[in-house]
Design a protein around this ligand. Structure first.
Ligand code: AMP
Length: 248
């Protein structure tokens, strides 16, 4: 079985994003970029499935600028076998990514596609679901546990207030949640080896996909600044203060 893992290059999760002065978007100049954290979890899970002898090949895929090749090299250094970069400088919305992935699934025929549950830049949480719908394949989203059981995959899902376990017939689409695993760090020898692994570069047009945006960003703004707190000496002062503020 092959596993495809789509990985997105996003602002590193440790970086506090800055909104551009004109409010048209987030400033990406000189900002550290990394693999979307949920996609690292997806790569890790694919590697564990392969290590358990239940998959033969892991293909990492990224849609993005030439620099997304670095993100793919990270996936290769972690343990993916080969990579495909669909190069474009345009902003690509989840539906267009899902259409490109559908075309790649048509060529590669993977048993599983493991995506992150969401990209931390757009927070869309759409691509995996759209891909499953376009392919007409079963989906297990927000995976907390994934077990391959013959021709099926059992996915334990994080849902509001607990866990839900579903059984899907392969081929299927799974998206990862935070507690699925702890991704490994790539070792230096593996980083060196990854430089020699196959990385093919394509364009959205190679897959016949029109990536013209369907949405227009009207405005991006910073969250409101929280006002400073105050210290209150005792309960009486607290009650007096609440009365003064009209909340008690
Ligand atoms: P989203 O629907 O944008 O929140 O993204 C969900 C998941 O889809 C991500 O965690 C990735 O696995 C995948 N994905 C989204 N955009 C891309 C992209 N440009 N390249 C590769 N994978 C992507």
């Amino acid at each position: 079985m092959k596993i495809i893992v789509p990985v997105k290059r996003v602002i590193d999760y440790n970086v506090k994003p800055r909104v551009k002065a004109d409010g048209t978007g987030v400033d990406l100049a000189n900002v550290k970029m990394s693999m979307n954290p949920f996609d690292e979890i997806a790569v890790e899970e694919a590697i564990r499935i392969k290590e358990a002898g239940k998959a033969e090949e892991i293909i990492a895929v990224s849609v993005g600028p030439a620099k997304a090749a670095e993100t793919l090299r990270t996936a290769l250094a972690m343990g993916a076998d080969r990579a495909i970069l669909i190069e474009t400088d345009a902003e690509v919305e989840p539906l267009a990514v899902a259409k490109i992935l559908k075309a790649i699934v048509g060529e590669e025929n993977p048993g599983l596609v493991i995506l992150g549950k969401q990209a931390i830049d757009d927070d869309s949480n759409q691509t995996g679901q759209m891909l499953a719908a376009l392919l007409g394949r079963p989906q297990g989203t927000f995976a907390n546990k994934i077990e391959i059981d013959g021709e099926q995959v059992v996915v334990t899902r994080e849902v509001d207030g607990g866990l839900e376990t579903v059984k899907l017939t392969l081929p299927a689409i799974v998206t990862t949640d935070l507690r699925l695993n702890e991704p490994r760090y790539a070792s230096l020898p593996n980083i060196m080896k990854a430089k020699k692994k196959q990385l093919d570069t394509k364009s959205p047009a190679d897959y016949g996909v029109d990536i013209t945006p369907r949405l227009k960003t009207l405005k991006v703004s910073e969250p409101p600044v929280r006002s400073a707190g105050i210290k209150i000496a005792d309960v009486d002062a607290l009650v007096a203060k609440l009365k003064e503020m009209g909340v008690a």
